[in-house]
Design a protein around this ligand. Structure first.
Ligand code: PLP
Length: 365
């Protein structure tokens, strides 16, 4: 029995190393994981309460259409309920978009170092990935536009970009949308948008009103702190969302995910506190990198990518031995590591560990 030839080469997803595994393997009692852009402050206590309340209903299927959550979110965002689709994380929305829209040979344009799930799902559908190099770690929208041709089906823009953390601005995205043929879908992945307070950051919802080929992706995994409950969403025009809904599994999001997301939406104080702590954490990390002479990309989400000027894998392993898990392995950035912004305590730990590790490993010239 043979699998589809186009999936044979696909890697099995390598997540950030789990804390328990690192503790076990290295005999450590304290491990800080700053590798998967999770929220170091957990989630809103209101979400925890909502999860507890749902415990009585575990034997009952969830509402496949997530009607209550959709209505609340639509109201909050100022869109119609039929403009929203929920997925088991925005990962699943990416999968559903690929499944609903891509035919074999359809071209997709992405950055050359970006969130890997775009390529992964494109390849499963036998689509073609056209990569456009980042410029200074930032999406090169004119470069991406230059690759658009009659075979182009979807352009994927990750903003802030994972892993570099950079953004493209409202004006840049608007210019891009005004130039792209309306038959080409533009997916703007805003998984980290709630962290961004830069005034030039795109107002995706305003752009959506003007450009019917735009789809926004967002998630409850990041600032809302619900990563394990797998709940994210897409926003677009109703006809497009309907097509995505047609390939959705009947019960793709859980009762816990829906209930927690609904409660989390109401806790704006929690979000404001996380945004503030993240900003302070970014400033602390950046100041430390400056002191250590390590250049970092501008960071707008809850992570920062820094050039440690040494082989990233070696630095990753040395940090691991000190009980700190970060992310390395970015093909085009062999001397960069990506660090999630943690709590003040976690940030201090990663800085101290990094400082010690830099002494141990020679600079790569
Ligand atoms: C840019 C980006 N998009 C989407 C996701 C997927 O998030 P989730 O499936 O948890 O919503 C992530 C997760 O790291 C991400 O970084």
């Amino acid at each position: 029995m043979q699998p589809k030839p186009n999936i044979v080469h696909l890697p099995v997803y390598q997540p950030g190393k789990p804390v328990e595994e690192v503790k076990r393997e290295l005999g450590l009692t304290e491990v800080v994981k700053l590798a998967s852009n999770e929220n170091p402050f957990g989630c809103s206590p209101k979400a925890v309460e909502a999860i507890r309340r749902e415990l009585d209903n575990v034997s009952i299927y969830p509402d496949g259409a997530a009607v209550d959550l959709t209505a609340a979110l639509a109201k909050k965002l100022g869109v119609e309920p039929d403009q929203i689709i929920f997925g088991a994380g925005s990962d699943e929305v990416i999968l559903m978009i690929a499944r609903a829209f891509l035919l074999p040979g359809d071209e997709n344009i992405t950055a050359d170092q970006t969130f890997p799930q775009y390529r992964h799902n494109i390849e499963i559908e036998n689509g073609v990935v056209i990569e456009v190099p980042l410029k200074n770690g930032t999406h090169d929208l004119p470069g991406m536009l230059a690759k658009v041709n009659p075979k182009t089906k979807i352009v994927w823009i990750c903003n802030p970009n994972n892993p570099t953390g950079t953004i493209v601005t409202h004006d840049e995205v608007e210019w891009f949308l005004s130039q792209v043929p309306p038959s080409v879908m533009v997916v703007l992945d805003e998984a980290y948008c709630e962290y961004v307070d830069d005034p030039s950051f795109p107002d995706g919802l305003a752009l959506l009103k003007k450009y019917p080929n735009l789809v926004l992706l967002r998630t409850f995994s990041k600032i809302y702190g619900l990563a394990s409950l797998r709940i994210g969403y897409g926003i677009g025009r109703p006809e497009l969302i309907r097509s995505i809904n047609q390939v959705r599994e009947p019960f793709n999001t859980s009762r816990f995910g829906q209930a927690a997301a609904l409660a989390a939406l109401e806790d704006e104080d929690f979000i404001a506190r996380c945004r503030k702590a993240n900003k302070e954490g970014l400033a602390t990390l950046r100041a430390a990198f400056d002191r250590l002479g390590l250049p970092a990309f501008p960071a707008y989400g809850n992570f920062i990518m820094v050039d440690v000027k040494r082989p990233a894998q070696e630095v990753f392993e040395a940090l691991l031995r000190k009980g700190v898990i970060v992310r390395a392995g970015h093909k085009l950035y062999p001397t960069h590591i990506r660090i999630t912004v943690g709590s003040a305590e976690q940030n201090a730990k990663v800085i101290a560990a990094l400082e010690a590790v830099l002494q141990e490993i020679a600079v790569k010239v």
